[in-house]
Design a protein around this ligand. Sequence first.
Ligand code: NAD
Length: 503
Amino acid sequence: MSELNSNIAKLAPYVAAIGDTGILNHINGQAVPSASDMWFDTTSPVDDSLIARVARSDADDVDAAAQAAKSAFPAWRDMAAAERKRILHAIADGIEARAEEIALCECWDTGQALRFMSKAALRGAANFRFFADRAPSARDGQALPSPTLMNITTRVPIGPVGVITPWNTPFMLSTWKIAPALAAGCTVVHKPAELSPWTARILIEIAEEAGLPPGVWNVINGLGEEAGKALTEHPDIKAIAFVGESATGSAIMAQGAPTLKRVHFELGGKNPVVVFDDADLDAALDAAIFMIYSLNGERCTSSSRLLVQDTIAEEFEAKLAARAKAIKVGHPLDPATEVGPLIHEGHRDKVMASFDTAKTEGATIAAGGTRVGETGQFVAPTLFTNATNDMKIAQEEIFGPVLTSIRFKTEEEALNIANDTAYGLTGYVWTADVTRAMRFTEKLEAGMIWVNSANVRHLPTPFGGMKASGIGRDGGDWSFEFYMEQKHIGIATGDPNIPRLGV
Ligand code: NAD
């Protein structure tokens, strides 16, 4: 049996089981349908076949989940941090034990290729371990003595929080948000993306089997404009951690305004990879290809704009086009597949609309620009050349395996082009000149920049974007800054010297 067929066979029992039960909400330790008994379908991007029906929640379901999170909050907040740490490590153990199931189900639900998703579960487990180890020090503060006071600071968890996640790498992103929230002592209501709800159900099962008390983590399925909106408006939800499109971030900010929600946004990008002619061009080529065509290009940190120096552009673009054409598009469960199907028909239409836009705007389609096959949401890895930065294909996030190449002459011009975008998530700079790298990164408007490297996530470092790419940072202690309130306590160290009025 081929590895693909063997993986399909391994997936079959999971598909059968989820088909029987459907994907339910999870409130206060119970798997439950929505109160209205409404449902929607989740289908596979491979062939549009039904995976399962999914609970379609409304404001009543969100309220039930928020009440559960509110009731569970005091005990979870006051639990000894060492015990929280133990439970979070047990969740990581559970994720590792079910890593293969998670990978297979994630591929079938999202279309992401197994070669990348096989590591997603392990990265999810690593997120839990990282924040588990930091739980005992989350409340630590400073001593800032003044002449009359011993000033101390401490942090306390903000309360029940809402976590809203997208469909591109749903399992990993959910762990990234939920692990620090739990480590900080917050309780959680999670709203997974409607297009990829499956692995959120596996995750909550693992968490409660690992000993997480009921109500500490609740999952509400549903549409963004219904369940998601209700979550952002709920008065008992103190903060919203959101990963998704910039326009949705704006909507959430408006929806959360009446209840003064604290928000943390990880949004879209149109990230430049800037290649100077003195760079290690083989490595730059590998990185440019990897950072746009891996994960189907459905990646917020993808390098979707190539800025290449004119002296090397011809050859670099030609090599890139040849490699893009050779990328293996295929079934996500085939280990040889490099690009799988896009998440959904609507998204495939959006990505393919950029092919027409490129032609209308006068760019050249140097590779791809077509659908692959007639079933499922497969598109060919695509390269646009002869593009300028004012084109829509250079300004709008396409969120697919589509790269727009723009040539530049000087460092100054490269910087201007790189920064001439609404977004500011990541930047990638390739040069052998360290002084130029320092100068360039100083001025580059991006929350995260890699020099002579692809994106390599290191959990202690801050992750997040500038401009329309986000508000706030994840990782290290930055996650705790969002999920916790700072407190200052001043204790008089002698005569408090209070001015006497009305004496
Ligand atoms: P999306 O904004 O359409 O949806 C994300 C989530 O928000 C879903 O769960 C959806 O149901 C919910 N939602 C939609 N409308 C809502 C509303 N009015 N109120 C509350 N919730 C609502 O995003 P998507 O299409 O699922 O994901 C792709 C986007 O995510 C891309 O723009 C990508 O760049 C971005 N992304 C960013 C990062 C990052 O770290 N910066 C990471 C991954 C993805």
